[in-house]
Design a protein around this ligand. Sequence first.
Ligand SMILES: NC(=O)c1ccc[n+]([C@@H]2O[C@H](COP(=O)([O-])OP(=O)(O)OC[C@H]3O[C@@H](n4cnc5c(N)ncnc54)[C@H](OP(=O)(O)O)[C@@H]3O)[C@@H](O)[C@H]2O)c1
Length: 262
Amino acid sequence: MTNHDINLHGKTAIVTGASRGIGLAAAQALATAGANVVLTSRKQEAADAAAAQINGSAIGVGAHAVAGDQARRCIELTIEKFGGVDILVNNAGTNPAFGPMIAQDHDRFAKTMDVNLWAPLLWTGLATEAWMGEHGGSVINTASIGGLGHEAGIGLYNVSKAALIYLTKQLALELSPKIRVNSVAPGVVRTKLAEALWKDHEEPIAAATALARIGEPEDVAAAIAFLASDAASWVTGETMVIDGGQRLGDARSYQNGALVDG
Ligand SMILES: NC(=O)c1ccc[n+]([C@@H]2O[C@H](COP(=O)([O-])OP(=O)(O)OC[C@H]3O[C@@H](n4cnc5c(N)ncnc54)[C@H](OP(=O)(O)O)[C@@H]3O)[C@@H](O)[C@H]2O)c1
């Protein structure tokens, strides 16, 4: 049996959408494990500011996740600076559309699908072509538990994340055996993107969650670092749910002897 630590020394990772939230925490977790990290944001200044917060080897690159030329340049810069790209975290995500599916217009549909679905495919293809196809690698997509279930109001976002989970499996097969492709599916995490979900509802959500709190970006980052590492060397096509038990349903009626009479 092999015992693998989460040791990423000598590896290089790109994390898209790393100016804050889960991406920033993932970049820190990868750097803590020893990787060189490239953090992207739509704005160079925001990427630089995020990289400056990392305790470890890090640079920031301004690159819109959907812009092919900017993605290609970021991957080239990464290889020039650090000599390779072993880990790709497709984390940039957006949720510009609320309301029922048939109320959506093509602009919101296209933006959601472009950032949440096309960008992971674009960056994975470029990283494969430039480095991973020859040297191997690990790709981690940030999906959502929304992609595994149904929720009122955020159907379009959830459709994009369900498709990302499917894409993860398809790429895991198509890029095997050299490249592993997995995703994480977070529940409600304390970030700007999800503010509408938790800001005025943190207490009731925490009360109904088996592990009694909403998620922090670091909870998801730890899973991303695991999937990036050789500790997960026999894991591919998988979607790891990181949700404190939210998908199990309301925990209150199970807790503190709630089912015990008297
Ligand atoms: N928070 C949750 O509850 C939750 C749950 C499940 C899944 N997720 C997923 O987690 C991922 C990270 O989101 P978060 O919650 O950490 O949100 P966040 O704190 O708002 O961060 C979103 C990040 O994505 C970047 N971004 C957005 N559009 C981009 C684009 N077109 N190109 C490049 N970067 C872009 C933002 O960078 P700039 O604004 O600086 O460009 C920012 O760094 C997303 O894929 C999201 O769907 C979040």
